[in-house]
Structure formats: structure tokens, C-alpha cells
Design a protein. Structure first.
Length: 204
């Protein structure tokens, strides 16, 4: 057989193979699945992470306002009382990680003559802060928004932080710090007592 004939035969065979390959759909589903599966997994995990983040953030906001309300309900508090309130906060925050939850209770009072002059009124004693370095000293200034307190009034401020740590997408989302602030007026008197009395020498 001549060389041109061989070439024609090879070309014919290749053409047949290509046509056969083009119409052969075996394994197509596996190929499509291999392409789509990673995308679907990322979407699924992302949905789980976002849903979890929203749930934790809602619980975190609830805990912050709850601590402020529980402190404001009391006439007098000790360190053990404050720690017991934090224990309640842990129960409300569960089943989510409470190690990331930090809370500071900041009792603030305004001057008898100037409502905008607001200071932390008690000593650090008996107002345990679950936030390293978050303790504000007695008579330290703590500005409040206009109209929150009048002259010679007090308010319980709770500052809380929470670091959200993703379960699966830490390399994409990273850790996210959140901060919440809640305020509540004392229910049983001029202020919540953390020392021996409610009056403060900060304005004298």
C-alpha cells in the first residue's frame, strides 16, 4: 500500500475516534461533579459560618444588655455578686464559646451641678471586671451622650467584647472582634452601691 493510502487510513481512523469521543458521555457526570463540588462545599461551609456568626452576635448583644439590667436591679453588689451575674451570662451565651467574652461593668455618675460632667463613682473594689485591663479607676472621666443622665444621676454602663472565631474558614474570614455597649438606670436608688455608700467624693 502506498504512503498516501496509509495516511488516509490513519486519518479516517482518527476521525472515527474523535467522533466517537465527542459523542461519548461516559464519565461526564463525574467530571461535572469534580468541578462543581468544591464550589458547593465552599458555599455550604460559608452558609454555616454566616448563620453561626449571626446567632452568636445576637446572643452577644442579648448578654450585654442583660448584664446591665441585672446590675441595675440591685441596690448593692460585691465581687461575688458580679461574678454570679457573669455566670448567668455564660449560661445564656452557651453553647457558644464563652472564653471569647469579656465584660466591664462601669458605674457612672453625673455632677450635682453639671450633667455633662460624668465620672466613674466607686472604687474598683466589688466591681470585678471580666476584661483584663478594663478596670476604670474611681473619679475617672467617662463621657456619656447628651441627655442620658441629668444632674446628680447615675447609670450602669456595660462594655463587652467578643472575638468571633470561624470553625472552618479561619484562613478566609479570620477572627472578628465585636463590641457592644449597654446602659441601664439604677432601679432601687440614686445608684448601685459598690462601696459603703452611694455618695461619691469625686465632685467635692
Amino acid at each position: 500500500m502506498s504512503e498516501p493510502g496509509k495516511r488516509g487510513t490513519i486519518a479516517t481512523r482518527l476521525g472515527r475516534l474523535l467522533r466517537k469521543f465527542r459523542h461519548d458521555v461516559r464519565g461526564l457526570a463525574a467530571v461535572e461533579f469534580g468541578m462543581i463540588a468544591p464550589v458547593m462545599m465552599v458555599l455550604l461551609i460559608g452558609t454555616v459560618e454566616i448563620t453561626r456568626a449571626v446567632a452568636i452576635h445576637q446572643r452577644f448583644g442579648l448578654v450585654t444588655s442583660m448584664v446591665a439590667d441585672l446590675v441595675a436591679r440591685e441596690e448593692k453588689l460585691t465581687n461575688d455578686d458580679v461574678k454570679a451575674i457573669y455566670a448567668i451570662a455564660d449560661l445564656v451565651m452557651s453553647p457558644y464559646d464563652t472564653e471569647q467574652l469579656q465584660i466591664s461593668v462601669i458605674p457612672v455618675m453625673s455632677s450635682p451641678t453639671n450633667a455633662s460632667n460624668t465620672l466613674v463613682y466607686p472604687e474598683i473594689t466589688n466591681r470585678y471586671n471580666r476584661k483584663p485591663g478594663g478596670e476604670l479607676a474611681k473619679c475617672q472621666s467617662y463621657p456619656l451622650g447628651a441627655g442620658i443622665v441629668g444632674k446628680n444621676e447615675a447609670v450602669v454602663v456595660v462594655e463587652a467584647t467578643y472575638t468571633f472565631v470561624p470553625l472552618f474558614l479561619n484562613f478566609i474570614m479570620g477572627e472578628t472582634p465585636w463590641k457592644e455597649t449597654a446602659m441601664a438606670k439604677p432601679r432601687k436608688g440614686l445608684c448601685v452601691i459598690f462601696d459603703t455608700k452611694c455618695q461619691t467624693s469625686c465632685f467635692s
